[in-house]
Design a protein around this ligand. Structure first.
Ligand SMILES: NC(=O)c1ccc[n+]([C@@H]2O[C@H](COP(=O)([O-])OP(=O)(O)OC[C@H]3O[C@@H](n4cnc5c(N)ncnc54)[C@H](OP(=O)(O)O)[C@@H]3O)[C@@H](O)[C@H]2O)c1
Length: 260
């Protein structure tokens, strides 16, 4: 689906990184946009530039997805106000790079709330509306971390394993109702993610980061082509495939080494 004119797309985490790119590329396809994140000034700035550049309608909804009720607020402000969402991009997410016991209870809960609870509720609410209309696309952003437990990112990786598992099962359930559910698994990508996670990369590691526009293009291509899971980039594809052959303990040991 390359022409989304007349359709609404909702992007969570649109104030930075991959979310900003999702918004740009969907606007390029003609979609009207609902931009969601906490930092309203950034969303307003992006909204203005999308309106000017692509002549699309853009609505900003500043919400904290770690808070109970945020998904229902978004549903009411869109589906409940004459803006049926055709494309939902569940992109907002965060990780914390610390050993499990060193993370505060707040940090653990925030990762679970945003990465799991909000994404699940949004998929449920908008998936339901889409299935009634027999039309819709949901892209859930997981990570290559979904394929491996990662010491140093234990909770984050576990949340992404959940996203991958949920997406696959819901994709199967909704396929016959005209709703396509797809899961994008990026590897390390040049966004603000590592800064937010408190993860300092070495200069040589930065050279391996994927560009955010490329990652998003691959994800949207996968979504509209009906792919259930898209691992972004050939190197990440090789890694996730080879992990299937290793004993789980070896996978954990090598992911710990890489993260260290
Ligand atoms: N970059 C990578 O290396 C990488 C690799 C694999 C997977 N991913 C996944 O890709 C997705 C996008 O991350 P990114 O790399 O683009 O990171 P990013 O640049 O840090 O952007 C994260 C986005 O999520 C939003 N967000 C975080 N907490 C939120 C909350 N409580 N409520 C609402 N919005 C919230 C942020 O907005 P506000 O702060 O304004 O709220 C921001 O727009 C995430 O799901 C991440 O797990 C990233």
């Amino acid at each position: 689906m390359n022409n989304l004119s007349g359709k609404w797309a909702l992007v969570t985490g649109a104030s930075a990184g991959l979310g900003e790119q999702f918004a740009l590329q969907l606007a390029e396809m003609g979609a009207s946009l609902v931009l969601v994140a906490r930092r309203k000034e950034r969303l307003d700035k992006l909204a203005q530039s999308l309106r000017e550049q692509y002549k699309v309608e853009v609505v900003v909804l500043a919400q904290d997805l770690s808070k109970h009720g945020a998904p229902a607020n978004l549903f009411a402000a869109t589906e409940g106000s004459g803006k049926p969402i055709t494309v939902l991009i569940n992109n907002a997410g965060l990780g914390v790079h610390k050993t499990f016991l060193d993370q505060t209870s707040h940090q653990l809960q925030e990762q679970i709330h945003v990465n799991i609870l909000a994404l699940t509720e949004l998929t449920h609410l908008f998936g339901g509306a889409m299935s009634q209309r027999k039309e819709g696309y949901i892209l859930n952003v997981a990570s290559v971390a979904a394929f491996m437990p990662i010491p140093g990112y234990a909770t984050y990786a576990a949340t992404k394993a959940y996203v991958l598992s949920l997406s696959d099962a819901v994709a199967h359930e909704l396929a016959e109702q005209g709703v396509h559910v797809s899961c994008l698994c990026p590897g390390a990508t040049a966004t603000e993610f590592m800064d937010v996670a408190g993860h300092q990369l070495q200069d040589w590691q930065k050279k391996f980061l994927m560009a955010s526009d490329e990652c998003v293009r691959v994800g949207l291509d996968g979504l509209f082509a009906g792919s259930r899971t898209t691992v972004a980039g050939w190197m990440n594809k090789m890694v996730t495939q080879s992990l299937r052959l290793l004993p789980r303990r070896a996978v954990v040991a090598s992911s710990a080494k890489i993260m260290a």
